[in-house]
Design a binder for this molecule. Sequence first.
Ligand code: ARG
Ligand code: ZN
Length: 389
Amino acid sequence: KMRFYLLFFTLFNWIPEKRVFFSFAQDEVLCARPQTDEQVEALQDLLNTTEVILWQPVVVENIKKDRDVHFYVRESSINSTKAQLRQLTIQHKVLVEDVRGLIEDQTTNDTFSPRSSSSYYEHYHSMKEIYHWMEEAVKVHSDLLQKIYIGSSYEKRPLYILKAIHVRERDRTMTRLLEHFDFYVMPVVNVDGYVYTWSHPSNRLWRKSRSSHGNSKCIGTDMNRNFDARWCGEGASPYECHQIYCGPYPESEPEVKAVARFIRDHKDIIKAYITMHSYSQLVLFPYSYTMDKSKDHDELESLAKKAATAIKRTTMKTYKLGAGAQTIYLAPGGSDDWAYDLGIKYSFTIELRDTGTYGFLLPPHEIKPTCLEALSAVKEIAQHVLENL
Ligand code: ARG
Ligand code: ZN
């Protein structure tokens, strides 16, 4: 039996998406919903002029009427921000009150539970711990796991992909899938950014890479704007200080280059690409760089529907679906669009939990069910690929 059809998926930035500049005592995450074009504009102005950090959408330009806007407000600005929202009669509420407590819950207990215990998967772990875990995992399961070095990060940390190969599994679908596919999993792409998010509580929500180009005063490129797919078009920013900075040129980030090279080198055997993001419970497919439909739109849409149904069956959670640009916003330079245009038809971005209750600060007890539902989506996609080889 030939076994050279592959699936590839990565965990892109599963927690860190936003940057926090300051220390916090009673910082809060607010939710506002503008209901007229005037309110949209007023909210954009307000968010531009206060020291808030947008969680959703990623930039003020993408704020739309009748859509919830989530943003992080530091303690010192909370009262004035709320007063202004009230004055503008923009509907709003507090989403997350205890930001400090949530961050503490996430970044303690790192090495508390043993790697072999199931509660290990109910905690977040530091990069150091994840490196150890990868090493242990391939040692203990040398018959089914390989660790592949694909390059190093800007700060010279190694980048690894785990390859899962066929083995007798308890789960029948999984056995069948692994009979036909090898799975490549990259647990952390943005290793430098991830390390940074653990270095201080106020850095916990960093999104970008940690590179510096030229003599910019700001650090970091948005890796999901750095792929060579209509690079730096509308929906990305050429300014180093912006959250969605596209970098000085495509694949300027060593991490992006390493991932792109690995996929390019294996493009004929890779049959699907899935990238995991946070947050908003979405199954997205190309395109994100244009409002136009891709030529496989109908098939991808029906497959995304099947994936969302599988999730519902697993945990009762609702994931919406659609083409990226139409569903959320224009976002060029993304890995999914790039992989798709390279010829990997089944290319998806899954935005994991939740829809804003905790947003980027998802509590540890939700890790496991989130993984279970994501896995059911992956299986559904793999199943479909298998039936359509
Ligand atoms: N959270 C993601 C981001 O802004 C959504 C990206 C969707 N765009 C895409 N190219 N898939 O990075
Ligand atoms: Zn994302």
